[in-house]
Ligand binder design. Structure first.
Ligand code: NAP
Length: 285
């Protein structure tokens, strides 16, 4: 039976480290601060924003919340970003996605000062991740690396398979596994022979967005299985991309949903906010 990786516990320990770092910075007169921008009233986004605000309070990070109406124009949103870019109290800017359809998410991200881009979505930061010289790591993939580390399993030399190639999860995940000397295969909706490729994985990361998509026959016995998915099953219950009940007996380690990858994303965001405050105050990371 696989061991469940306790994302809540690993995230709590990272938030504790962040809180200690924030206290140290405060003694130097630096108060890390973050702005969270929410446009519209998507209930899931509201929950994410609340969780991020809560994590700021837990770690001692100053936070400001901007809730804008769904009909906010592109110019109005960009004006707010410009104001936050110039605000010395704010070191990190997070614009909660998805944005309403009439707003250009890519354009908004490109207007965030790269030094305040705590999501690491700006092309400048993406490029730095690609060349391995990064200030911020994208929160979900970075959290997954920490979860794998927490198991004691080394990534170096392992066959790593990432299912999904989105800009926020799949691609940066593959890059971080590569930086850790894994041998990485990226799969997507056009991949042929997906089950066979997944079965070769020592470390399998599922970031597909389809409930229980990874079935037991796709998993190598003893694999580390990381489930990024936040899906709903046929009864509307939260579940992941992995058929947990069937895969848990085969895996060596597995993340549950909820309580696996999700809490790590927020913990790594707090870590990035502290890095941003250091960068903007000329302190080495
Ligand atoms: P996304 O942008 O929709 O990307 C999904 C990826 O899965 C795409 O690359 C797609 O391939 C691939 N895919 C879809 N159907 C497939 C199939 N039949 N076979 C193989 N690959 C297939 O999703 P995302 O933003 O990466 O998110 C993925 C999941 O993670 C979602 O459930 C999301 O809610 C969750 N998530 C969780 C967290 C967290 O903190 N826990 C953070 C972010 C996302 P193509 O590129 O070919 O279309």
């Amino acid at each position: 039976m696989g061991t469940r990786i306790d994302g809540k516990a690993v995230a709590a320990s990272i938030k504790q480290q962040v809180a200690e770092e924030v206290s140290r910075l405060k003694t130097q007169g630096i108060q890390p601060g973050m702005a969270v921008v929410l446009v519209g009233d998507d209930p899931a986004s509201r929950i994410y924003v609340n969780n991020k605000k809560k994590a700021c309070v837990q770690t001692g990070i100053y936070s400001e919340e901007y809730v804008l109406p769904a009909e906010t124009t592109q110019d109005e949103l960009l004006a707010l970003i410009a104001k936050l870019n110039a605000d010395p109290k704010i070191h990190g800017i997070l614009v909660q996605s998805p944005l309403p359809k009439h707003l250009d998410e890519k354009l908004v991200v490109e207007h965030i000062d790269p030094n305040k881009d705590v999501d690491a979505f700006h092309a400048y930061n993406v490029g730095k991740i690609m060349i391995g010289n990064f200030s911020f790591l994208p929160c979900t993939p970075a959290g997954i690396i920490e979860l794998i580390r927490s198991t004691g399993v080394t990534i170096e030399g392992k066959n790593c398979v990432v299912v999904g190639r989105s800009n926020i999860v799949g691609k940066p995940m593959a890059m971080l596994l590569l930086h850790n000397n894994g041998t990485v295969t990226i799969c997507h909706s056009r991949t042929q022979g997906l089950a066979e490729i997944c079965r070769r994985a020592d470390i399998l990361v599922a970031a597909v967005g389809r409930p229980k998509f990874i079935t037991a026959d796709m998993v190598k016995p003893g694999a580390v299985v990381i489930d990024v998915g936040m899906d709903r099953d046929e009864n509307g219950k939260l579940c992941g991309d992995v058929d947990f009940d069937a895969v848990e007996p085969i895996a060596s380690y597995i993340t549950p949903v909820p309580g696996g990858v999700g809490p790590m994303t927020i913990a790594m965001l707090m870590k990035n906010a502290v890095s941003a405050a250091k960068i903007q105050n000329g302190i080495a990371l």
